[in-house]
Design a protein around this ligand. Structure first.
Ligand SMILES: CC(C)(COP(=O)(O)OP(=O)(O)OC[C@H]1O[C@@H](n2cnc3c(N)ncnc32)[C@H](O)[C@@H]1OP(=O)(O)O)[C@@H](O)C(=O)NCCC(=O)NCCS
Length: 175
């Protein structure tokens, strides 16, 4: 098992695995920008239409966690920020396949993304997560602070209610 960075060609080559990861997370109830119904075509479209162009432009990092050749988890670091925020990057779409959870994969992905942010260098990391989701204590344990909670921010994937989101940030100490 190891962490790997995928470039634009690798994203195309491994589209079925990336797509399966996102599809499984959304169908497991994750609130990560999508609502049901969500099919594999929707999942493909996210990787090819959103992630791949950003990686090709050099403004986003896609880091994956590989287990026996399969993609078990992923996270993105997006530094496509305005000129007055050249010190900031956004952590996006931390995903661990439901079959591989509670083994520390997300923690390792987050630690690796932080190392990459330091190297860029980007010293302020921001993210948001559905309030009370499992990701919240993970981010807190990694030193992220809560800037605030916005009620009624996003429609639940299954519809029927609006969930709050928690905005978090971490200041990195640069060498
Ligand atoms: C959130 C998520 C990425 C965690 O992945 P994971 O690999 O299982 O997490 P880890 O094993 O690294 O656990 C790290 C910490 O997260 C928290 N955590 C993760 N799953 C948890 C659970 N089921 N119950 C309670 N706490 C949990 C704990 O604080 C845990 O630390 P601990 O094991 O020392 O108690 C995963 O559940 C997921 O992909 N969820 C759906 C997508 C999502 O919501 N992503 C976040 C978007 S902002």
């Amino acid at each position: 098992m190891h962490l790997a960075t995928l470039d634009a060609d690798a994203i195309a080559a491994r589209l079925p695995q990336l797509s399966a990861l996102l599809h499984a997370c959304v169908h497991d109830g994750a609130s990560i920008g999508f609502i049901l119904p969500f099919d594999s075509g929707d999942s493909d479209a996210f990787w090819t239409g959103n992630v791949r162009p950003a990686v090709a432009r050099g403004s986003r990092l896609l880091l994956v966690f590989e287990l026996d050749g399969a993609i078990a988890g992923a996270v993105q670091l997006d530094w496509d920020t305005p000129p007055n925020q050249a010190h900031r990057a956004e952590v996006r779409k931390l995903l661990v396949h439901p079959a591989f959870r509670r083994r520390g994969l997300a923690r390792q992905l987050m630690q690796a993304v932080e190392e990459r942010a330091r190297a860029l260098p980007r010293q302020l990391l921001t993210l948001d997560t559905r309030t009370h989701d499992h990701a919240e204590p993970l981010y807190r344990s990694l030193g992220y602070k809560t800037a605030g909670v916005i009620p009624g921010y996003a429609l639940a994937p299954e519809g029927g209610r609006l969930d709050a989101t928690t905005i978090m940030y971490k200041q990195l100490s640069l060498p």
